[in-house]
Design a protein around this ligand. Structure first.
Ligand code: UD1
Ligand code: UDP
Length: 364
């Protein structure tokens, strides 16, 4: 049986790395890269470092408005689906690449497998929320990372083909976390490429990433966040997502950010190292919130809500508004309640379970 898998953005490469390794033992997989992310350190770096199979197709769609980007992807994906005639289409998460794959496949009556189904923020201002709801509605097999995700789908009347398998990102963390200490600290620190000045070698650090539309649409919010980070009591390693590069350039021109080490985006294993050994993590990333949880690093999430509600229990994760005072206060106050951690995201076997369910389904 043949599966066409569509990926396009950084977190999807990481998810595909975890799943493809297992899936390819039982299925023929054709990998399509939409080209949504294209910078070397947002794309190729992950394929190389994580041994992700080379994409069979790259649609080179690049950046654009939501409509232009999604439409271009759909045209390219439709052509691949017609040429390849797969038994299934597989999509991950909630990006425009996810929705484009889903829409192209459903009209060709190709059953859709959605990995990371059922996540909801209940905030329809988020492009990701729209992408998720629509993709889930037209998927045939829905692999949920958590019980909360299954419940969300049930409330929307989606009960067929729904399986709780754990989180494939947890698979990735557990697989790579074992290898982290094989290299000395210096080997990681020297990977930090300072954007405005040499990164130096901090003894201890916070780790921060910001890229959500809600935080990056307004320079005032970025200013608030950076001012909060600047006031922290240790250096802040800040890999800059290309979406906010312009805003950070501007802030650095206008302000004096001595405490923040703005660096180029880093590879996955490096990121896990910086996350594991950070004093705390400050982020609006979905993936990083869970990595913080799994690696036992306290997290402050700069958002009004999170899809990963389990992380909030026991103060592993605390929500903050994009304002200096609030961020500072929440970072200082975050203290994990000991004994409160549970394996909400599984035990690292989500990809195995997904493969088994697809095998079972394809025998029907
Ligand atoms: C996308 C996803 C988001 C996900 C994030 C992961 C959507 C709607 N959003 O957001 O859910 O959390 O990826 O990182 O699909 N750019 C570059 N080089 C690149 C990629 C992007 O310069 O390789 C710049 C471009 O100016 C582009 C902007 O970043 O316009 C935003 O990129 P885009 O892929 O549209 O959205 P993300 O913010 O990356
Ligand atoms: N990540 C990375 N290098 C970086 C920043 C993030 O490898 O410089 C990893 C991070 O550890 C997580 C994933 O990228 O595994 C999250 O992707 P992102 O924050 O772009 O998207 P989201 O999860 O919010 O959709």
């Amino acid at each position: 049986k043949k599966i066409v898998t569509v990926v396009g953005a950084r977190p999807q490469f990481i998810k595909a790395a975890a799943v493809s390794r297992v899936l390819r033992k039982s299925f023929r997989e054709v990998l399509v890269h939409t080209g949504q992310h294209y910078d070397y350190n947002m794309s190729d770096l992950f394929f190389q470092e994580m041994d992700i199979p080379k994409p069979d197709y790259n649609l080179h769609v690049g950046s654009g408005s939501h409509a232009v980007q999604t439409a271009d992807m759909m045209v390219g994906i439709e052509k691949v689906l017609l040429d390849e005639a797969p038994d299934y289409l597989m999509i991950y998460g909630d990006t425009n690449s996810t929705l484009a794959g889903a829409l192209a496949a459903v009209k060709l009556h190709i059953p859709i497998i959605h990995v990371e189904a059922g996540l909801r923020s209940f905030n329809m201002q988020m492009p990701e929320e729209i992408n998720r709801i629509l993709s889930d509605r037209i998927s045939a097999l829905l692999f949920c990372p958590t019980d909360a995700a299954v419940e969300n789908l049930n409330k929307e009347g989606i009960t067929q083909g729904v399986h709780q398998v754990g989180d494939v990102m947890c698979d990735a963390v557990l697989y790579y976390a074992k290898k982290l200490e094989q290299k000395p600290k210096e080997a990681y620190l020297e990977k930090l490429k300072g954007l405005y000045r040499p990164a130096g070698t901090p003894d201890s650090w916070y780790l921060a990433t910001i890229h959500r539309a809600e935080n990056t649409d307004d320079p005032e919010k970025i200013r608030g966040i950076l001012n909060g980070l600047e006031a922290l009591d240790a250096a802040v390693v800040f890999p800059v997502h290309p979406r906010i590069r312009g805003l950070v350039d501007q802030a650095v021109r206008e302000g004096d950010y001595r405490n923040i080490l703005f660096v180029e985006p880093v590879g996955y294993q490096d990121m896990l190292y910086f996350a594991k050994h950070a004093k705390k993590i400050i982020t609006d990333s979905g993936g990083l919130q869970k990595e913080a949880y799994i690696l036992d690093t306290p997290c402050v999430t700069v958002r009004n809500e999170t899809e990963w509600v389990e992380t909030l229990r026991g103060n592993h994760n605390i929500l903050a508004s994009p304002e200096a005072e609030d961020i500072l206060q929440k970072v200082m106050q975050t203290k994990i309640e000991s004994g409160s951690k549970k394996a909400y995201y599984g035990n690292g076997d989500a990809a195995e379970k997904i493969t088994k369910w697809i095998e079972q389904e394809s025998r029907k």
